[in-house]
Design a protein around this ligand. Structure first.
Ligand code: ADP
Length: 471
């Protein structure tokens, strides 16, 4: 089977969050299972772009309203990722440093999607499935079915995977003119609440729709940033497939980003050495439990609760724990987290940045990872933490509920709580300190987590079953 993934992110070419990790891993597993999996993303000016070799595979042009765009499709020539990675280069529009956050993001991602279809439309054969990810690629199923220019692609199967339904790509109706000519009586497919809603359009037009965990799909029927009724209407074609993790990139036995590699056999020494490095680097105490948070500092992750939760823990349990934060996002939260540093020297540090290497060292050296998320479609951090023997402390929501079992349950390995509140976080931190002080139990739980199989194998098979059902 031949699958082409269309996405705004793909690790290691361009990463903002979990979307990149998934699109950088699933195709690798699909290739290993004997399929052809290709990935196409915009050509941003990232480190990966400059450090690798590329060949031009296609050149074309298209008009978007009155603007004419020339585009080039380039391919990474050494097959470094285990699948073919293609990038769409549109001068001045896509070739920027950041993935998102520009005023013309609507124009950028419309142009990206049109260029991808212009290219596929010229292929001699057709892929079996066009697998689109999130709203940046969600207009593709509509365009394949209803834009006259892409008539050839009308019957090709499409799957939309929703990694985050909070962001929907809303665009004013006049911007619908960007799309190549389409049957205007079908305007209702683009519309949701009197605005063009690319994610809603993808849900209506894709052959099937999935989210990155079954729990999240259930939650979207009740709360989906305005799309609840649409999910209810379309429930028959919706499902959830839990994300796996890339066992090659996230492997404590081989990870080159960490100080000391370890396995389920020698994790005690390995984790201790990585923890010492972290504590030395950030002025923390290696004999105390080390709590970490890694992620975007936004409301979805309940990052706004972190400053108060940490202040209160470091005051109530003074001298009993350390906290290390890595993230960036909301400037109010960033400032609050940074301003606290002088009050808790020796017990608390925060790094307001994006640092892939440091994140690996933190998963490896920490004892507990805090994830009080309000919304968590799957969550990968807790899966990485578990593979590196770090106990996740999670709110029971979305994929966190599906992947973490509380230590009070049979064969449990995490600490779970129900509400994104200071009180629930506080109770969980108390439970974590108690667990840390019970050396034997802590060891047993670390081992249990490290042995769980969260690789892509099972989930990749579920994707194949979905494809088969729509081809
Ligand atoms: P989301 O996609 O909602 O941000 P996920 O848990 O699905 O959350 O994925 C987050 C990914 O981004 C993980 O690989 C995590 O390690 C990484 N990440 C997030 N923030 C940072 C950061 N500041 N530095 C390094 N890695 C980060």
């Amino acid at each position: 089977m031949e699958i082409i993934h269309v996405s705004a992110e793909c690790y290691p070419m361009a990463k903002v969050g979990g979307l990149a990790d998934v699109v950088g891993a699933l195709p690798k597993y699909q290739q290993q299972q004997g399929h052809i999996a290709k990935v196409v993303v915009p050509m941003y000016r990232t480190k990966f772009l400059y450090e690798n070799e590329w060949e031009v595979v296609h050149k074309g042009n298209f008009a978007m309203e009155k603007m004419n765009f020339e585009f080039t499709i380039i391919k990474e020539s050494k097959n470094k990722l285990g699948f073919d990675l293609y990038c769409v280069d549109i001068n001045g529009l896509l070739d920027r440093e950041k993935v998102y956050g520009y005023d013309d993001d609507t124009e950028r991602f419309c142009a990206f999607q049109i260029a991808v279809l212009e290219w596929i439309n010229k292929w001699e054969h057709l892929p079996n499935v066009v697998h689109v990810h999130d709203h940046h690629a969600a207009l593709i199923p509509f365009m394949m079915q209803h834009c006259f220019a892409y008539n050839k692609l009308k019957n090709t199967a499409t799957l939309l995977t929703i990694h985050n339904a909070q962001y929907q790509g809303w665009m004013a109706w006049e911007k619908a003119a960007y799309l190549p000519a389409w049957n205007t009586w079908l305007w209702g497919l683009l519309d949701w609440d009197n605005i063009v809603n690319p994610l809603a359009c993808g849900i209506k037009c894709a052959g099937k729709v999935n989210t990155v965990s079954p729990g999240y799909m259930q939650e979207l029927m009740e709360e989906a940033n305005g799309l609840e009724n649409l999910f209810k209407q379309e429930y028959a074609k919706c499902s959830g497939i839990i994300n796996g993790i890339d066992y090659i990139v996230w492997n404590p036995e081989k990870d080159t980003y960490i100080l000391d590699n370890f396995s389920v056999i020698d994790y005690t020494e390995g984790k201790a050495l990585n923890k010492k490095k972290l504590c030395d680097d950030f002025g923390l105490k290696k004999e105390l439990p080390l709590f970490i948070f890694i992620g975007r500092l936004v409301g979805e992750k309940a990052a706004d609760l972190l400053p108060e939760a940490i202040r209160s823990a470091l005051t109530l349990y003074e001298g009993e724990l350390n906290f290390l934060i890595l993230g960036s996002g909301d400037t109010v939260v960033e400032n609050a987290l940074m301003n606290m540093q002088s009050s808790f020297v020796g017990y608390y540090n925060t790094q307001i940045t994006y640092n892939e290497k440091l994140s690996h060292l933190m998963y490896a050296g920490a004892d507990f990872l805090l994830m009080p998320s309000r919304v968590e479609p799957c969550g990968l951090n807790q899966l990485y933490a578990m593979r590196y023997g770090t106990v996740p402390i999670v709110r029971r929501t979305g994929g966190l509920k599906d992947t973490v079992k509380d230590i009070d349950e049979k064969n449990g390995y995490g600490l779970c709580f129900n509400y994104a509140t200071l009180n629930d976080i506080d109770i969980s931190i108390q439970r974590a300190i108690e667990l840390f002080n019970n050396n034997n139990k802590m060891k047993e739980i670390r081992k249990r987590m490290m042995l769980i199989d969260n690789s892509w194998i099972a989930s990749a098979q579920q994707y194949l079953n979905l494809y088969t059902s729509i081809i």
